[in-house]
Design a protein around this ligand. Sequence first.
Ligand code: BTN
Length: 287
Amino acid sequence: MKPCNISVHDQLANLPFTPSPMTSIKLNELELDLRRRLSPVLDSGVQLTVVGTIESTNAQLKTEAVTSNQTLLLAHEQTAGVGRRGSPWQSPPAGNLYLSYCVHSDRPLNELSLWSLGVTVAVANALERELSLECKIKWPNDLYLQGMKVGGVLLETVNLPGDDVAVVIGVGLNIASHPDPTLLQRPVTCISKHTDKSVDLSMAAAVVSVALVDMCRLSHASLQAWLTSSWPSRDLLLNQPVLVPTLGEGLVIARGLSHDGGLQVEFAGKIRTVYAGEVSLGHVDTQ
Ligand code: BTN
């Protein structure tokens, strides 16, 4: 998402319904329902916290990183939600998913760098499985439905005493509403516009939580193999002309994922790998 100064008032003015802060009774209902859906995951040692309003679920888990191993945090609203590259993530109390998971790991950073791709694929697979939605991914972490962004993943790490790191993985998904695309200046959508099935927050949170926890438990070799096989069918950019500002002018064609999670592109007759920065697809703007 591009840095922008859209106020919560602007966002709410564009919603098709009047959002409301959650009463504590509704919050309790949500938490109970989610605990029921997640009972096998919770039985395996994962903690769950559900809150009404918070600045940012990622920021909160980073603050509590030392004590939050295997903790899921779900919020109804974020007042300072964060997207990739420090951009704001609009998070009104409008039925959307704001979820983070913190897990401690002793794996090297080059292995962990595949996790954010893994989570993005796992969430895309879950949306397809549960809701029959054809979900594409714009490298590295943007979830798309029919050419419009529907969600994103933000992975952050905190160094712990010793060699371990706390990995905090945040997932934002537009379920019942989305920001005004003209204000964001890029195409955006929400899940409810693409399915007749009713999608409640508890169901979406459960599906995404399981996807997150399961992905983090894969061995590096399994994750690599799984990404290699699943990425091509999810890749929104595959074989498309893309804009890569770091490569300057000239035709650049996206050619899929490298073994270490970069984006392979063909430029001036050679394959190069891009690891960071903005890559955009003609009319499909980046965040
Ligand atoms: C992106 O820029 O596409 C990533 C967006 C990630 C947003 C989620 S919402 C839950 C978690 N808490 C945050 O502050 N950000 C992430």
